[in-house]
Design a binder for this molecule. Sequence first.
Ligand SMILES: Nc1ncnc2c1ncn2[C@@H]1O[C@H](COP(=O)(O)OP(=O)(O)OP(=O)(O)O)[C@@H](O)[C@H]1O
Ligand SMILES: [Mg+2]
Length: 272
Amino acid sequence: MSDLDLKEPVARQAQPDAAGAPVAPVSPVDAEALGVGKSFGETPIFSDVSFRLARGEAVALVGANGTGKSTLLRCLMGLIPVTSGSVRLLRQDVAAARTAELRALRARIGLVSQRHNLVPRLSVLSNVVQGLLGRHPGPRHWSHVVAPGASRDAAMAALRKVGLEEFALRRADRLSGGQSQRVAIARAIVGGPELLFADEPCASLDPAAGEDVMELFFRLVRDEAVTVVFTSHNIDHALKYGDRVLGLAHGRLQLDATAASLAASDLRGLYD
Ligand SMILES: Nc1ncnc2c1ncn2[C@@H]1O[C@H](COP(=O)(O)OP(=O)(O)OP(=O)(O)O)[C@@H](O)[C@H]1O
Ligand SMILES: [Mg+2]
């Protein structure tokens, strides 16, 4: 046996990819629910909900009114405590996190809700600056007037991304619904979140404006490889924008499948 014969397998072991051997993709898990249950008082809403979200994945959460989609999002974000099970976000156990840790964790997370929840009398720019409050708590991030230059610049950059740069100094209550929702998106992304939660991000909009907002939202999150959980009553949106679809019905997670493997008719069963 020559030296060459001996070296070859050793080199292969050290460099399995170079040798062409298939290597399992290692995708970090950004969110994980393990047996999560939630009750309000004696009323159970859902139980035993488990799933994992890989980095950069977009997951649609669907289900009929009142099945607990918003409640599950709030549990995932640590805004309300779970009744059973546990949630891990960005490799941290949410329930075990101390106040300061939870604040630091929330600063890495963005939220867009159905009603944009902008502060009506403040400027568009101030509303977006407030998206940095998780990272910079305190009065300097209440208004664009007193915000540090870097934060104002970041807010302007976020407004540019949603196409509303020229509306920066307009009062938030002088915007259309579609514009308001774009500002809410700018506010959610201004801090460069790793994880975004969107609760019916276009439910208050007409179909055309809703489609625009979804297109924009998902273009931005795909560009930045952000992990997204969104709820929607629009089955087409769930299948078009979600990589995966989770379905809540009758207090359980009844569906967890890739969007590519589903047809609209598969989701209609959740609403029976
Ligand atoms: N703070 C609360 N206290 C008591 N019950 C609550 C609370 N929040 C939500 N619920 C109840 O929990 C259930 C689930 O509500 P949730 O808002 O999560 O549903 P949803 O799936 O988001 O519905 P929708 O599609 O209408 O937005 C409902 O029956 C609701 O009344
Ligand atoms: Mg809801």
